[in-house]
Design a protein around this ligand. Structure first.
Ligand SMILES: [Mn+2]
Length: 352
């Protein structure tokens, strides 16, 4: 039997840190991603799609987003969708007209189980019953293949689920996927599926979902697949050797050369260039941004300072550098103090 483990889609969410029109586009793309997932499931003979919470971004998500997501579920029949709510959508009202192939876990029980066929049992607890459910873990039959779907933190979930005949613990909540399934106990494994698409600069790298194959009580195959429209990247660029703005731009372009122009990029300048280097962050940001769907540049480089050059400098800058030189501190921290202080004295913007 083929089963998809997904979650944390956050349909209806705006992508932070993007200009309004691009944020709105991302919002549509994420819903469209789910519609594609539903089609993928149908076309590939998937029996069940597990949605491990945060299907929608908030309880108050607009009606049309819910309607279109549920229409995609309905159109994918006979694929069955099993949805536990997460912390973001625990109070969500889905309305009365639910697709017949959508199954919930919130029937006023702590736990609810479904027989998926082929000796596989799926058990889950909705977020509103999370604490009670963990206090009274489910009784799972030893002779069944037991999947449990939950949304929450490992430190709460793992102690309650160990040594209880769980074979696969399908988790949602943490947005970074476990590409390798993690050992739960002598019998089972667990994993977070991660969010479906990166939605902010902190959600870097591949995002997707897991396609599991379970045969005769064993997980015989699993694949990490992605339908993400865009990937978010964070790329360090060492500018220590740069002498001019052109060098900085060249280094930035070469660091991003392999990245698709439809992706989202955060470029981090690092290293210790000479103090006089003109980095021109506004121009660099604009040049990088025009190459990608969206980009931003963060400067974490710290200038190399020759203290002797300030020995006879009678300005506030010289006094400041000499003063910092008198204290004991590690050199990386000293460089940071000098960088921030000199920027402040120059009236430059400080990024702490
Ligand atoms: Mn989430």
């Amino acid at each position: 039997m083929k089963i998809i483990h997904t979650g944390d889609l956050h349909i209806g969410s705006a992508h932070g840190n993007l200009p309004p029109e691009k944020s709105a586009q991302r919002k549509r793309e994420i819903l469209d991603g789910f519609c594609q997932l539903a089609r993928f499931a149908k076309e590939n003979g998937v029996s069940a799609v597990l949605i491990a919470g945060d299907f929608f971004d908030e309880n108050g998500v607009a009606a049309e987003w819910k309607r279109d997501a549920l229409a995609a579920v309905r159109a994918a029949s006979p694929v069955r969708f099993f949805y536990v709510s997460g912390n973001h959508d625990v109070g969500l009202e889905l309305g009365a007209d639910l697709p017949e192939n959508l199954f919930l876990f919130s029937q006023n029980h702590g736990w609810y189980s479904y027989d998926l066929g082929e000796n596989i049992t799926l058990t889950g607890a909705d977020s509103r019953h999370f604490d009670t459910a963990l206090a009274f873990p489910p009784r799972l039959a030893r002779e069944r293949y037991n999947i449990v779907v939950l949304h929450g933190e490992l430190r709460e979930i793992l102690p309650a689920m160990q040594n209880r005949n769980v074979d696969y613990l399908a988790l949602g909540h943490i947005h970074k996927p476990h590409r390798e399934a993690q050992r739960l106990d002598a019998r089972g494994v667990y994993r977070y599926c991660g969010c479906f698409e990166g939605r902010g600069f902190d959600e870097v790298g591949s995002r997707g979902f897991f396609l599991l194959q379970i045969e005769k009580g064993k997980l015989t195959d699993e694949k990490f697949l992605s339908l993400a429209k865009r990937t978010v990247w964070e790329l360090p660029v060492d500018i220590t050797a740069c002498q001019t703005y052109t060098d900085v731009e060249t280094a930035a372009f070469s660091a991003t050369a392999q990245i698709k122009n439809t992706d989202i990029v955060k470029l981090v300048l690092t290293g210790s260039p000479s103090a006089g280097l003109r980095k021109d962050l506004p121009l660099l940001s604009a040049r990088i941004d025009e190459r990608f769907f969206h980009a931003k540049v963060v400067d974490e480089s710290r200038p190399k300072l020759d203290y002797r050059a300030f020995e006879k400098d009678l300005t506030e800058r010289g006094e400041f550098v000499r003063e910092v030189g008198r204290y004991e501190m590690n050199e990386a921290f000293r460089a940071e103090v000098l960088d921030v202080g000199l920027k402040a004295l120059n009236g430059e913007e400080i990024d702490l």
